[in-house]
Design a protein around this ligand. Sequence first.
Ligand code: BDP
Length: 693
Amino acid sequence: DSGYDCWLGYKRIADSALRESYAQYGSRFVVIGGEGDGDENGEGLGASSLLRTAGKELELALSSMLGSVTRERVSGAGMVVAGTFGSSSAFESLAGAYEPAELGEEGYVIHSSEEDGCIYLSAASERGVLYAVFHFIRLLQTDQQLEGLRIQEVPRNGLRMINHWDNMDGSVERGYAGNSIFYRDGRFIEDKSRIRDYARLLASAAINAISINNVNVHRQESKLITDEFLPDVAEVAGIFREYGVRLFLSVNYASTIEIGCLDTADPLDSGVAEWWKQAAADIYRYIPDFGGFVVKADSEFRPGPFTYGRNHADGANMLADALAPFGGEVIWRCFVYNCLQDWRDRKTDRARAAYDHFMPLDGQFRDNVMLQIKNGPMDFQVREPVSPLFGGLTKTNHLLELQIAQEYTGQQRHLCYLVPQWKEVYDFDTYASGAGSTVAEIASGRLFGRARGGIAAVSNIGDDLNWCGHVLAQANWYGYARLAWNPDLSAEQIASEWIRMTFGRDEELERIVLDMLLGSYSIYESYTAPLGVGWMVNPNHHYGPNVDGYEYSKWGTYHYADRLGMGVDRTVRTGTGYAGQYHAPVAERYESLADCPDELLLFFHHVPYLHVLHSGKTVIQHIYDTHFSGAEQAAELLAKWDTLASRVDSGRFEHVRERLAHQAEHACEWRDMINTYFYRKSGVADEQGRTIY
Ligand code: BDP
């Protein structure tokens, strides 16, 4: 087994009693309105592509898992009945039991009826029906009871997006799973079947938007919005549409110069605005439901409105006005900082940058603009505080940006299940409007009554047969999507679901893989850069330890380790002032050496090596201990996996084993470099006398 099917490899249910109990409902099904050209009873007329997808999926899942299935044309007793509320009288009784009005565009109901022995999968919209179908299938994949189902689900986030950093030459920026599934040699890949398989996996976890090219838009990708490539883009958008996923493109802010024939990209220039209006009209001729633009501007050498003395709001609003007549949106990224800073000047702090740039503009953006904010103020480090823009911005739509791609978390060669990290982000209380002002409440738009909101994340997939490079990294992709739907799900619950769906029913396997996944983030953190300091990686590719790789570089950022101590003073009193970007009491907690949480200590404070943590250990001893134990635990991950040799097919077993063996070895390299470096800097010996070079 290569792992290609991910969590949708429907296997025949081996337990015959369970299979038969499912068959009572699942041996027959009907998708009302999902049959293509309609039938003699009037059901199925005007089938939309979403309902056709739902029907195909039910057929595949039920026939594979139960052995056989009959697709009915009209509803009757003892079957699975899927469709929108209004499409058939079959759903009338449901409307009384649930609040269809509360379901919105994407919510759904799953209801098993004692009266007629049917399971109803219904929603206000066809997309909701598709999600209900996938949810129902998940119940079967995870051994759930089908009696007495009373499920009502509504997504917490309106936009649940995946961002691709794919380039048209076929490479993927920060891709750790092969090449792009979209492009090769400057063009779209002819055979789109893999894209269809991808769309299906996305829909199964209710992802509803995608951008298909890198935020760093170079010349070839700039042309995606022109007649040269729009037919291809439209074809791809069509595939995603069948699965309820809206397509976005990253655009080059300076397109008017790069591919137009203007000599300016000044957002207040009427010629520039006109050019974009025309571009938008062209795009919508090809793709009537086009999502809009993702923009990285004035960031890491990408062009932007600053060149013309304008600000981010000017740039974003100009594009937003071009898209507004068609219902399109602008996703404007806040990953903006000075990448040519001076390490000698402790006042220039990259952590401050996004807030300093965007807070003064709060309230100045159009309604169809969403600011996309990375979870932390830096750049997807293993440990960062939450960006203070969450809770800072109150009058502007915004999105939380996460990174599923494991750029700084082991590049899909190390096991690092990121859902626990993301949970901490979602659950973080900003106190923006009193206790309970969590990032989850803010990103969804709810806390400040914003019309738009949601989550985006950098994809971790490529054309490797198993999609993610590491089979177990599929759990991050799946987990991201599940959490985007409902941030209240626990990391454990998501992992369990994923394990059952991916490896089938096996309690022992589930216990072990669950333990591996849930421990992995903390293990990775313990053998890499300590206590929130981050960045001790090789420059450029960011893989593996490099103690001073970024220390004296313009790209920053810095650990400031010397013979006396380490860490970055970001306090208001004596440091860069970053801690002051938070609301009380968070600002005070970070400002105070006594109250600052251990795991972020070196992000906020410069301390002596013998500073004592809340844990009772000194900073230096903490570094030694976590690095020794982290490397040991990495070796244990391998030992744990080895106990599963007879429980996992050899394809996936060997593949994961090879990665874990590398991780165990690489963790030792991390341990030795970090420990040695701080031992030599500090001259403080390990209390336990272990070997440090
Ligand atoms: C950093 C990546 C870089 C991206 C940038 C971004 O190293 O490749 O272009 O983020 O988010 O994490 O724009």
